[in-house]
Design a binder for this molecule. Sequence first.
Ligand code: FAQ
Length: 318
Amino acid sequence: MSEKEIKNLEEIFEAKIARDEKIEPKDWMPEKYRKTHIRQMSQHAHSEIVGMLPEGNWITRAPSLRRKVALLAKVQDEAGHGLYLYSATETLGISRDELYDQLHSGKAKYSSIFNYPTITWADIGAIGWLVDGAAIINQVPLCSTSFGPYARAMVRVCKEESFHQRQGYEIMLTLCKGTPEQKEMAQDALNRWWWPSLMMFGPTDDESTHTEQSMKWKLKRKTNDELRQQFIDQTVPQADILGIKVPDEDLKWNEETGHYDFGKINWDEFWQVVKGHGPCNKERLQTRVDAWEGGEWVRDAAMAYAEKQADKKVKRAG
Ligand code: FAQ
């Protein structure tokens, strides 16, 4: 393609973005746009799949049949989210096998939050309330992201996340209205999940490598810091209703800005977890690798069956 032709395509692409039209898989797009989407969307898909593990840990120990059914449904939803997102990523010309390989080899990231352990039942409440709460705030703007398949996948994902958030908050409400020991469990879970939940939004805007370009392409519609602040402003009053305390001595409502001021996030901890040194990184990855290897015979059997069927068809036609 000549330089002039490429420039022309770039102009068409930029004009579409400016008009808030969706970019579709068969449209021309700059290579960097394609790569950035593969990176973010696949990391998002991996997060959904690895994100099943901390909660999966409690399915066999849920305190009642009702809680077990709701938790099972939620964890299955996360699997569904991972699958839509892998499919949407494949439309950018990368195979599912390559995506899994990037996860299993440690090349691709997944959300830092899923490298923390779920020690008590209250952690299941805290994950629904805080982690799904953070996920909704991050993902609602993605419903209007510029890449069509990603935006459309996000609509259903957000609807389901809102059920997840409510089931988590309801667990927290029940614990907080229960015995002093139950309320103490809820407080302990908030203490452990608060700061990692704030880290989910990624580094501060001045440390974020991708935000500026992703905002220009309308992949991201809000910055990491804007979303983090929105989460804090929304969540602190919910903790007040529960009657438990956000573990931040510097947290204070600021009349002038109309937002909460908050304390310093431990970014060393964040980067340690992102680099693979969090409390559960090794265990999480090993579980995914074992599942992949353990499922090999199923994939082989499905392929052998498909080949047999194809052979039969050829013989019948001949
Ligand atoms: N963890 O330049 P930025 C869920 C990396 S799904 C690990 O700011 P970007 C549902 C980042 O990749 C949760 N790594 O990056 C659920 C980059 O490294 P790279 C997942 C992180 O992409 C609930 C580097 O740091 N949600 O919760 C993290 O512009 C309950 C520099 O960062 C999504 O994936 C992190 N927290 O902004 C499931 C949403 N933050 O790639 C089960 C879509 C940053 O150059 C149970 N993704 N990094 O090697 C996004 O919105 C963005 O990708 C951000 C990061 C905001 C996460």
